[in-house]
Design a protein around this ligand. Structure first.
Ligand SMILES: Nc1nc2c(c(=O)[nH]1)N[C@H]1C(S)=C(S)[C@@H](COP(=O)(O)OP(=O)(O)OC[C@H]3O[C@@H](n4cnc5c(=O)[nH]c(N)nc54)[C@H](O)[C@@H]3O)O[C@H]1N2
Ligand SMILES: Nc1nc2c(c(=O)[nH]1)N[C@H]1C(S)=C(S)[C@@H](COP(=O)(O)OP(=O)(O)OC[C@H]3O[C@@H](n4cnc5c(=O)[nH]c(N)nc54)[C@H](O)[C@@H]3O)O[C@H]1N2
Ligand code: SF4
Ligand SMILES: [Mo]
Length: 693
């Protein structure tokens, strides 16, 4: 038996892991014993990763479409033939429509440097990731206030004295280190407040739990800001030194008293005031989590901004136990990775989605993939004809798959790179099978926390099927498309390129899978912490938003209650599944085979629905079948389901037909996104529910 230190790949968090290998096969995967926050254990999904390896229900060879798009008729091809075809199609589209006609989308994360450099090399500005359906609103909220992004601060959960989770279910929407750190803080006497539309594992551990009316979080937060300011409970020294336009905020929240919010949210005014008091007592070691999956409402961007106002007023920005600033290798006297993306010049042409150009307040980095799809459909601002869909399943992850298929039908060519079947791969012209994370290496990633580190995924065993690693596929394409710089023959050559100048060598990763670039966690003092805004301060009235013609302090608008007989569709995670790609996992699917519909007991009684009954949930012509879970612990206006079910792909026999697809009920959802924050509005949909016959 031997150990290979690697990185879990069962979700996007990528926890440090150890694969135990016997006779060249991985037999077990556990958490890295060397990473303190991991404590040697992965989550259930991580532990089930081995089931992926021998799963015959994943694409095993490159496939080329022979029937109509989406019909599911394929022929197997060699890698040479498939890569030749992909290169030829990309070239043909670029010859006809120009370089910028090439679109890319992926799932973001620490290993995208390779992909971004490929797109730069190809001369197209249209690199996108999934984030308009995830964290764009919170990213733009951070950019607007601080001038830096959401990941430039750390959530110092371990040292926090009071954590507030709002639209966050940390104990089920798992990041192993975060979960461990939160539990450590609670063990040491820290307080937890949870604000949700239903009870969760997180609320079960909470000191305060507020079950609020769906979509009223902005009102709740404005009332907390009001209570902090009017009650003189805020950190005056911090505000004086670091906050520009505090008076504008104080004026703005004047009418938004806890009494006012009580009527909106269904939470008593006293409990809002009491919460403000508790937070002030724990300040600055307070984290009001600004959110992660915040592509939900018309005003989700304002919710994120207002969560940051509270952290600002409590002085927790830059504070230990609050939201301290990340450090870079430079802060520790070291040098970071050499970037592949710097191999090529940034394409000068404007992005098809307008990010950073037509819409200057929108971060051009990952753009807005849903808006790029509009360009595919309309040819505006220019034709987008070739699409590389890499580790992304938009037909599951963006709303209204039928509409998306109509949009994507305007493409000349689409290729999916994936390790599992997905609706989007099924709709492509070519499917390139990626090796599972246990069978492939990654490029080296850099994590800039309190103590920065470099980390890498090692190959724990050879591929079971005819699949390849990301870097091998990119190298194959690069060779064919005139980018010799990316046509690495060996992964060590790629790693050595990245490590140049860092003083770190490839062999140093074997012992732990990561190399730390600092002696100890570094808390930079607020004085060193330069806000990257024009004024160098936290800007309540944002110059960045003004440039895009957007207001900073937007009035609260009460969300519509569902029309009679309808419910607001809400969704989220559970501990044993990742998005849409684990429903067919042999182990995880057996443990939790289908999602269920949470519905309030009073409403269920009106509909004659009992727990365990099958229901039909419908909207805009789509009908989904799902089992009911009747409970008092959800707001009566909402129904809730875990995302990622309702698969209907023939090769996925275990997941086929089980549960409901929330995204299919979001008919018209491709047109709903926040023009200020960039996030989609996935919870602005009402559904009808009835007992299935
Ligand atoms: N097990 C597991 N863990 C994961 C993932 C996974 O797929 N599976 N995915 C990862 C990813 S990509 C992300 S983005 C994160 C997401 O992490 P989270 O955002 O924490 O997870 P969710 O479950 O999507 O949503 C959290 C909660 O928001 C609640 N909610 C819905 N509407 C409202 C509302 O109007 N107000 C309030 N206050 N609450 C509301 C839901 O009931 C849910 O409990 O999880 C990450 N971790
Ligand atoms: N209706 C609705 N829509 C949602 C959500 C929701 O809760 N409800 N959640 C939103 C959120 S928070 C997010 S983050 C997105 C997620 O959306 P996606 O990013 O699309 O989700 P994943 O399932 O993580 O990955 C997509 C595909 O990539 C493949 N894959 C997974 N890992 C890898 C890998 O390492 N490499 C490669 N090449 N392929 C891989 C999977 O097999 C899967 O087919 O969806 C968003 N959309
Ligand atoms: S949170 Fe779980 S599935 Fe995600 S990387 Fe960590 S162990 Fe793997
Ligand atoms: Mo996400």
């Amino acid at each position: 038996m031997s150990d290979v230190y690697t990185v879990c790949g069962m979700c996007t968090v990528r926890c440090p892991a150890k694969a135990e290998v016997k006779d060249g096969k991985v037999v077990r995967v556990v958490g890295s014993p060397h990473a303190p926050g991991i404590k040697g254990s992965l989550c259930g999904r991580g532990a089930a990763g081995v089931a992926l390896l021998n799963d015959a229900e994943r694409p095993q060879k490159p496939l080329i479409r022979v029937g109509e798009r989406g019909e599911g008729k394929w022929r197997e091809a060699s890698w040479d033939e498939a890569l030749d075809l992909v290169a030829e199609k990309i070239k043909a589209a670029q010859d006809q429509y120009g370089k910028k006609t090439l679109l890319w989308s992926d799932r973001g994360g620490p290993f995208v440097d390779l992909f971004q450099s490929f797109m730069r090399g190809m001369g197209s500005p249209n690199y996108c990731n999934h984030d308009s359906s995830c964290a764009r609103n919170v990213q733009h909220a951070a950019l607007s206030l601080f001038g830096f992004g959401r990941k430039d601060v750390v959530y110092d959960l371990k040292n926090a004295k009071h954590v507030v989770l709002q639209t966050r279910n940390m104990l089920e929407a798992i990041n192993v280190k975060e979960v461990n750190d939160l539990l450590d803080s609670l063990g040491a006497g820290g307080k937890l407040t949870v604000i949700d539309v239903r009870a969760t594992m997180s609320s079960a551990k909470a000191d305060n739990f507020f079950l609020i009316r769906p979509g009223t979080d902005y009102a709740f937060n404005l009332a907390v800001v009001n209570a902090l300011i009017e009650g003189g409970l805020y950190d005056k020294a911090f505000v004086e030194r670091w906050v520009k336009d505090f008076d504008a905020l104080a004026d703005f929240v004047k009418p938004h008293t806890p009494e006012w919010a009580a009527a909106e949210c269904g939470v008593s005014a006293e409990s809002i005031r009491e919460l403000a008091k508790q937070l002030a007592e724990a300040a600055p070691a307070v984290i009001w989590h600004p959110g992660w999956m915040v592509a939900r409402y018309n005003d989700s961007f304002d919710v994120c901004r207002s969560a940051y106002y509270i952290n600002i007023l409590l002085g927790s920005i830059g504070a230990k136990g609050g939201l301290p600033l990340i450090t870079t290798p430079k802060d520790h006297g070291k040098k970071g990775l050499k970037k592949l993306v710097d191999l090529y010049e940034k394409p000068k042409e404007p992005r098809a989605d307008g990010a950073g150009g037509l819409h200057p307040h929108i971060d051009a980095g990952p753009g807005l993939v849903n808006v790029a799809f509009e360009a595919v459909e309309t040819g505006n601002p220019y034709p987008v004809k070739a699409y590389i869909c890499w580790r992304h399943d938009p037909l599951m992850a963006l709303p209204d798959p039928e509409r998306q298929k109509r949009m994507l039908s305007h493409l000349d060519f689409m290729v999916a790179v994936t390790f599992s079947w997905s609706d989007s791969a099924w709709f492509s012209d070519v499917v390139l099978p990626l090796s599972t994370y246990l069978e492939r290496e990654s490029i080296i990633g850099q994590k800039n926390g309190l103590k920065p580190q470099l980390f890498v995924r090692a190959r724990a065993q050879e591929p079971v099927y005819d699949s390849k690693a990301d870097w091998e596929i990119i190298a194959g394409l690069a060779k064919r498309l005139g980018l010799p710089e990316l046509a690495f023959e060996k992964v060590e050559d790629l790693w050595n390129f990245q490590l140049e100048g860092t003083g770190v060598t490839v062999d140093q990763f074997a012992a732990k899978g990561f190399v730390e670039l600092g002696e100890k966690p570094l808390y930079r003092s607020v004085e060193e912490l330069a806000f990257k805004t024009p004024s160098g301060k936290i800007e309540i009235l944002s110059e960045r938003l003004k440039k895009g013609g957007r207001d900073s302090l937007r009035p609260y608008k009460s969300p519509a209650s569902p029309p009679d007989g309808k419910f607001r569709l809400t969704f989220g995670r559970m501990g044993l599944h990742t998005q849409g790609h684990t429903a067919n996992n042999a182990v995880l699917g057996a443990l939790f085979p289908e999602n269920i519909l949470w519905i309030h007991s009073a409403k269920a009684a009106e509909l004659g629905v009992a727990s365990g009954d099958y229901c039909e949930v419908s909207a805009g012509g789509d009908v989904e079948r799902i089992k009911a879970f009747v409970t008092d612990f959800i707001h009566p206006e909402a129904v809730f389901m875990v995302h990622g079910f309702g698969h209907k792909l023939p090769p996925e026999s275990r997941a086929f037909g089980k549960g409901a697809a929330d995204q299919a009920l979001m008919v018209g959802g491709m047109d709903l996104y926040c023009k200020t924050g960039g996030g989609m509005k996935l919870q602005e949909h009402f559904v009808a529910v009835k007992r299935a016959s």
